[in-house]
Design a protein around this ligand. Structure first.
Ligand SMILES: [Zn+2]
Length: 288
């Protein structure tokens, strides 16, 4: 399992599943050679033939006194039109890492797509129950408003299983961008992929001073989108806004030493946005 230190905080990646995908189609492009134009993407983010690996994982932030889970993957026992039903040991992996579900105090949903809220609940004796019974679940208010009023085909059906049981148990706090999750952990607006999406900024003081990391949510699905921000995801609700958010993200974080943690990047899922000779790159960071 990948782990990073950010100041005095620790971030663990808890992988659920990985799929190889063709770039043409998985991103909003028909350009099968897109990844070849940026040789630094290989070998981690580009394979011959325009393939890349998409990872579905959660990020667990341990500040020492808080245990904050960012996004909860697809989940077991789900039926979804584009993903086969899963039966993975994701919850056991989380437990074996030292984080039994009852010890999680906060769950952050960057947005409400099915692959970010699946383990919010789990199926027990035929009923969907909260997986993290002692957590506050933070959901961006604009996100909830958008999906709650949407058509069934737009994702509302999944929320009946992944969010409604949390509401019934009174475990949800609807939050705004700028919300402070904990000391040094802040939600940042990242609209476009979905209207209420947030990124999560982690700032923590350690022996080397204050260090920063940011969790992207789905403002990018692939590192190539940092250098080709106009290439969106087919599931971006507002492509123009998503592009603007990617550009702003690069401007905010390039050359700042901020560790960027990708929600869908395979190993190594983190790196730094760095400019050299006028060219932007995503320079991967090994864990540790
Ligand atoms: Zn996603």
């Amino acid at each position: 399992m990948a782990t990073w230190r950010v100041g005095s905080a620790t971030v663990h990646k808890v992988v659920e599943v990985e799929f190889p995908l063709p770039v043409a189609g998985a991103l909003r492009t028909s350009d099968e050679g897109l990844l070849d134009r940026y040789p630094w993407l290989a070998p981690h983010y580009a394979s011959p033939g325009g393939l890349f690996t998409m990872s579905f994982h959660a990020l667990l932030v341990d500040t020492g006194d808080r245990r904050i889970l960012i996004d909860t993957c697809i989940g077991n026992d789900r039926t979804h039109p584009i993903v086969p039903p899963l039966q993975t040991g994701w919850l056991d992996v989380l437990k074996d890492t030292g984080y039994p579900p009852e010890t999680i105090d906060t769950v952050v949903c960057t947005h409400l797509h099915f692959d970010h809220v699946g383990w919010n609940t789990r199926l027990v004796d035929g009923a969907w129950v909260p997986t993290f019974p002692n957590a506050r679940y933070l959901i961006p208010r604009a996100e909830w408003e958008f999906w709650r009023t949407g058509a069934e085909s737009d994702g509302r059906a999944e929320l009946a299983d992944t969010v409604d049981p949390l509401l019934a148990a009174d475990l949800v706090d609807f939050v705004e961008p700028g919300h402070r999750v904990a000391d040094g952990i802040t939600l940042e607006a990242a609209p476009g992929h979905t209207p209420g999406q947030v990124a999560v900024l982690i700032e923590s003081a350690g022996p080397a001073g204050v260090e920063r990391a940011v969790v992207t949510g789905d403002l990018v699905h692939h590192a190539v989108q940092f250098v080709a921000p106009e290439v969106g995801s087919p599931s971006d609700e507002d492509p123009a806004q998503a592009t603007a958010t990617r550009r702003a993200f690069v401007e905010r974080y390039a050359d700042t030493g901020t560790l960027v943690l990708g929600t869908h990047f395979p190993d190594p899922s983190a790196g730094y946005l760095t400019r050299a000779d006028g060219e932007l790159r995503f320079v991967v960071a090994q864990d540790g």
